[in-house]
Design a protein around this ligand. Structure first.
Ligand code: IMP
Ligand code: MG
Length: 177
């Protein structure tokens, strides 16, 4: 049986997303930004964040897969879908649901950096600082959370729970690692 406990409410998320959007708006005043979401987890955050950014903005998406089971990654990241837009000379905000070990964002950041963007910033809703193995930090971080497996607001466990409006800690017998 899965047990879900609310960690961050929809109200707290909305307030934080508005704050991050205002910071991005101020930091890139007078310029355009290209938001690149990491599918699928970041889709919900990107949709809300984009509407809090008062700048000319476009969207793109990238998809990666990491080998390993649902809760634990092997450390190998593979590109499944590249961006459609050109990245060169643009202000890129890489949008991710959660920064965990940092392997995924390090891989994507290096990939995008090779295309010479004007600026490349990382926006992540959640940050599990204690789990980090790579030297990467978010530029726009929503919440630092403890080392617990969370779902909701885009985050899944085996493709479930992405549609929960709050971020919840998942405890499940079948998913114990
Ligand atoms: P990293 O490469 O270890 O930083 O992992 C980032 C990816 O792992 C995220 O994009 C999520 O897909 C997944 N992930 C890490 N922690 C969680 C969690 O608590 N719940 C759901 N997915 C997670
Ligand atoms: Mg993800």
């Amino acid at each position: 049986m899965d047990k879900l406990t609310v960690l961050i409410t929809r109200k707290q998320i909305a307030a934080k997303v508005a704050e991050l959007g205002a910071r991005i708006t101020a930091d890139f005043a007078g310029e355009s930004v290209l938001l690149i979401g990491v599918l699928k987890g970041a889709a919900v955050f990107l949709a809300d964040l984009a509407r809090q950014i008062q700048l000319d903005a476009s969207f793109d998406f990238i998809a990666v897969s990491s080998y390993g089971n649902a809760k634990q990654q092997s450390g190998e990241v593979r590109l499944v879908k590249d961006v459609d837009c050109s990245v060169e000379g643009k202000n890129i905000i890489l949008v991710e649901d959660i920064l965990d070990t940092g392997l995924t964002l390090t891989y994507i950041r290096n990939l995008l950096q090779a295309h010479r963007p004007k600026a490349l910033k990382v926006a992540t809703l959640l940050d599990k600082v204690a789990r980090r193995t790579e030297p990467i930090q978010g530029d726009y971080v929503g919440f630092q959370i403890p080392d617990e497996f969370v779902v909701g607001y885009g985050l899944d466990f085996a493709e479930h729970y992405r549609n929960l409006p709050d971020i919840c800690v998942l405890e499940s017998d079948s998913t114990a690692i």
